[in-house]
Design a protein around this ligand. Sequence first.
Ligand SMILES: CC(=O)N[C@H]1[C@@H](OP(=O)(O)OP(=O)(O)OC[C@H]2O[C@@H](n3ccc(=O)[nH]c3=O)[C@H](O)[C@@H]2O)O[C@H](CO)[C@@H](O)[C@@H]1O
Ligand SMILES: C=C(OP(=O)(O)O)C(=O)O
Length: 430
Amino acid sequence: MEKIIVRGGKKLNGTVKIEGAKNAVLPVIAASLLASDGKSIIRDVPALADVYTINEVLRNLKADVVFDNQTVTIDATNGLSYEAPFEYVRKMRASVLVMGSLLARLGRARVALPGGCAIGSRPIDQHLKGFEAMGAIVKVGNGFIDARVDGKLKGAKIYLDIPSVGATENIMMAATLAEGTTIIENCAKEPEIVDLANYLTKMGAIVKGAGTEVIRIEGVDRLYGVEHTIIPDRIEAGTFITAAAITGGNVYVKGAVPEHISSLIAKLEEMGVTFIEEKDGLRVISPEKLKAVDIKTMPHPGFPTDMQAQMMAVLLRAHGTSMITETVFENRFMHAEEFRRMNADIKIEGRSVIMNGPCNLQGAEVSATDLRAGAALVIAGLAAEGITKITELHHIDRGYVNFHGKLASLGADIERITEQEIPVFETVTG
Ligand SMILES: CC(=O)N[C@H]1[C@@H](OP(=O)(O)OP(=O)(O)OC[C@H]2O[C@@H](n3ccc(=O)[nH]c3=O)[C@H](O)[C@@H]2O)O[C@H](CO)[C@@H](O)[C@@H]1O
Ligand SMILES: C=C(OP(=O)(O)O)C(=O)O
């Protein structure tokens, strides 16, 4: 079994370079299915498990996909098929993002129904509501969502009940080739939405308002393959910022875009961390003593849920009582139980977690329950006494390239090993 082994107590120092954003590249690759003319060339693509999965989804749909040297080249001009099977959707929920493009391009999409996951039930009703408003007939059965439209999708006015990132992206993609105008109200405003809009615009789409609460899309007849460079990963940047903060370190996070992480910067400044904007990134200088703060996760520009677990690790070391309230996902506190195994004074009350710090974190064997939980346990390990062993690394590999290696280059005492599993025998008595 693979494990990350951390020996806590080292201050991080040096420079870390941020990769292209996982949550931007997945919809951009899905949007490449819209190009009926020419190749799409996507640069600064991180070598993540999720990227390999979405590439496999596209290959399964009969697109030609080459991933080499941080560049994905896609030719989706001919012979596309419309079905994404369960084996991909099970590995990665974001596979449902191919639905909008397939519906717009082929008039049909059949995608396995994603199940729940460790952080919540994560329905996709808002995606489907959008497709239906645009004239698609959507049927759910036998574990699949089957959406069809006779002729072209029609532009519509769609109000999202929740500013869902995935629904906004899926509807944006569907609307690019629809007849007429689509208006998405109460849409998501994340930087990844803006990156997708920029990509679609380069492809020939007419998209206005990305980054605000209302996006307006005028349908066009066809879209073209273009070149695009993915924005830096604000969650990877935030993760290294929290790693620097918990160790009292001084780290230059190359590629961090301060406007993409302003809520995180604001909360860490309240805790006593100093930030200096430099040429291509952000320097983080952490004090010896951190102050407790309260945090509530919200859709962008609020505090990102994808940074909640990592911030929880840091708050365990802050002086005083802190509270984190999770409003985006209903069940994203699995890491809290693992932190308890590391001697954290932590209490879960409904959608909030209360921590009394500073906790004397102790190394323990813990398990990554989801992607950010895994990163947070590694971060807690950096500040714990003794050895922390983290298992279930496939979660971490979904979203971080060489996580342990980058931390080691900053001075952390960390390695990734394959440990022989000790067989457990049943004791036969009587
Ligand atoms: C690949 C990707 O970009 N993933 C990100 C994306 O996920 P994802 O796009 O899945 O997240 P959403 O913004 O859609 O989900 C936000 C909330 O809305 C709910 N919901 C969503 C859609 C829907 O049709 N009905 C519904 O009820 C979800 O269950 C969740 O409680 O945004 C999340 C919220 O910032 C991030 O944590 C994920 O890292
Ligand atoms: C929850 C996340 O991703 P996904 O939506 O792909 O599960 C994440 O990136 O933290």
